[in-house]
Design a binder for this molecule. Structure first.
Ligand code: HEC
Length: 132
């Protein structure tokens, strides 16, 4: 409507607010900021071995907090929290496979997940999983 007004007749602030309610603009801005900040906060979180996680497609089957095709990393961390052998056992399992502990479906071997996994990388990944 006010697009037809002469240019020097600026719409009053309250008219603008009617067209774009403040709340909606805040929501849109918050969504925009969230989408901009997500990639940044991910790459800045040094404690997440992001490149390894991507390369081995961990998040293809796992999520941090909800069971999906596989137990969530929180469930796994809870299960092994008080087990001092878990770190070494899981590192081995991540590299060499092993009997399923959660159901019938075993985790695929590194070659099927994206490539060979060194002992150091397996260590890093299991440490990260158990920190959940
Ligand atoms: C193709 C799907 C898939 C991918 C990719 C995958 N996982 Fe799994 N993962 C599973 C399944 C299924 C299980 C449950 C296996 C079982 O019962 O022991 C599992 C179990 C685990 C466990 C617990 C094993 C146990 O013995 O309790 C850990 C730790 C784990 N995954 C870490 C990872 C990490 C780290 C990655 C990335 C390097 C990864 N997973 C990638 C499917 C996957």
């Amino acid at each position: 409507m006010f697009t037809r007004l002469p240019h020097d007749l600026r719409p009053r602030r309250d008219v603008v607010h009617d067209v774009f309610p403040v709340r909606a603009r805040h929501a849109a801005l918050a969504a925009l900021l969230a989408s901009l900040m997500l990639p940044a906060s991910r790459s800045f979180a040094q404690s997440e071995p992001t490149a390894l996680i991507d390369q081995q497609h961990c998040m293809f089957c796992h999520t941090n907090d909800a069971p999906f095709l596989a137990p969530s990393f929180q469930q796994i961390a809870d299960r092994y929290r008080s087990d001092p052998q878990a770190q070494v056992m899981l590192e081995h399992k991540l590299r060499a496979g092993g009997r399923a502990h959660w159901g019938d479906m075993a985790m695929p071997m590194p070659a099927e997940r994206g490539g060979p996994l060194s002992p150091e990388d397996a260590h890093t990944l299991v440490e990260w999983v158990l920190r959940h």
